[in-house]
Design a protein around this ligand. Structure first.
Ligand SMILES: NC(=O)c1ccc[n+]([C@@H]2O[C@H](COP(=O)([O-])OP(=O)(O)OC[C@H]3O[C@@H](n4cnc5c(N)ncnc54)[C@H](O)[C@@H]3O)[C@@H](O)[C@H]2O)c1
Ligand SMILES: [Zn+2]
Ligand SMILES: [Zn+2]
Length: 359
């Protein structure tokens, strides 16, 4: 018989978990492995609440393994290191993002593109090398192989910096990869949530011109005055959309639900790139003609590699890029998830794990 989560490993751990697809989280006792030679043991301080956590607890992608302890925007302090660990010492501030393992041998792993490894192991609700289920950052601590841990720069606040570990790298990586991080690029950002608001900040730091495309006219003032966007389009306003046709070099689409791609493709110049990072559960319609006629490209991107994540954090520290957050106690998480589903957050919930999670 399979062991209970509490007895699987030698070290006691505590967090909050969803038990089934109603997605309600509640206190959960489980266990963590003892640190191996290459492992870093981390006391978790803060953990961001990503929309993927919501997709997962509700099994919207059909791949959830319950119970789920979500959380992959983790910032913490090293409490123990294995004998072969080289990069970290006890007391260091570190981050953990969306993955905690991979094959370390395939072409993607070797190129530093670990998030594309076919055997990538997600931080939660995935099966680890030892056959046990992974549990994420809505918990007191985590043990992670050194390669999948990043140094958290001194200059970054640990709470508002936590969302960089997923939301940040997920928008930074495609801008670099698809050649949209050049000064003067005109970038559209669709969906002004956790990912979207960081996309605006990174794009501005790269020297791009940024237009936010949103369904909510109420977000305009803040997008321009506070986040620094250059322009704002209401996607339902046909006139505005028409006037902006063929003006953008690229668009980063962070929308979490089904939506139409055609109006976005029309905003692209010839040879422009529409990059999907949002992960709606239902398939999106992809019309061929605008692709052919303007030689446009539709691509996707999944988080980013480990070295690139370090580079992104260092860049964020240098340019003072952090998320706009609402700090919450652990026991607020179910309300936070309900509000996240309604896009009622500016722009990321971050759980104050160390001060509010008690066994
Ligand atoms: N590619 C990756 O590696 C990766 C990483 C992290 C998150 N994600 C996915 O990206 C998406 C966004 O994540 P987030 O944490 O920023 O979520 P979020 O809830 O903070 O933001 C989503 C935004 O989309 C908008 N939106 C929702 N439905 C819409 C619709 N039908 N039309 C237009 N806009 C709509 C919301 O108003 C909100 O501003 C999620 O699907 C998440 O799972 C993907
Ligand atoms: Zn995420
Ligand atoms: Zn691999």
């Amino acid at each position: 018989m399979a062991k209970l989560p509490e007895e699987e490993h030698p070290e006691k751990a505590f967090g909050w978990a969803a038990r089934d697809s109603n997605g309600v989280l509640s206190p959960f006792k489980f266990s963590r492995r003892s640190s191996g030679p290459k492992d870093v043991n981390i006391k978790i301080l803060y953990c961001g609440v990503c929309h993927s956590d919501l997709h997962f607890v509700k099994n919207e992608w059909g791949m959830s393994i319950y119970p789920i302890v979500p959380g992959h925007e983790i910032v913490g302090i090293v409490t123990e290191v294995g004998s072969m660990v080289q990069k970290f010492r006890v007391g260091n501030a570190v981050g953990v993002g969306c993955m905690v393992g991979g094959c370390d041998e395939c072409e993607d792993c070797k190129r530093g593109w670990e998030s594309y490894c076919p055997k990538t192991i997600l931080t939660y609700s995935n099966i680890y090398h030892d056959g046990t289920v992974t549990y994420g950052g809505y918990s007191d601590r985590i043990v992670v192989e050194e390669h999948y841990v990043v140094r958290f720069p001194d200059g970054l606040p640990k709470d508002a910096g936590a969302p960089l570990l997923c939301a940040g790298i997920t928008v930074y990586s495609p801008m670099r990869y698809y050649g949209l991080a050049e000064p003067g690029t005109h970038l559209g950002v669709v969906g002004l949530g956790g990912l979207g608001h960081l996309a605006v900040k990174f794009a501005k730091a790269f020297g791009a011109k940024v237009t936010v495309i949103s369904t909510s006219p109420s977000k305009e003032k803040e997008a321009i005055e506070h986040l620094g966007a250059d322009a704002f389009l209401v996607s339902r306003n046909a006139e505005q959309m028409k006037a902006a046709a063929r003006t953008m070099d690229g668009i980063l689409d962070t929308v979490s639900a089904k939506h139409y791609l055609l109006p976005l493709m029309e905003l692209l110049k010839s040879h422009g790139k529409l990059v999907l990072v949002g992960a709606p559960e239902e398939p999106l319609e992809l019309p061929a003609f605008p692709l052919l006629v303007g030689r446009k490209l539709v691509g996707g991107s999944a988080t980013g590699g480990m070295q690139e994540t370090q580079e992104m954090l260092d860049f964020a520290a240098k340019h003072n890029i952090t998320a706009d957050i609402e700090i919450i106690p652990m026991n607020y998480i179910n309300t936070a998830m309900e509000r996240l589903a309604k896009a009622d957050v500016k722009y990321r919930f971050v759980i104050d794990v160390a001060n509010t999670l008690s066994a």
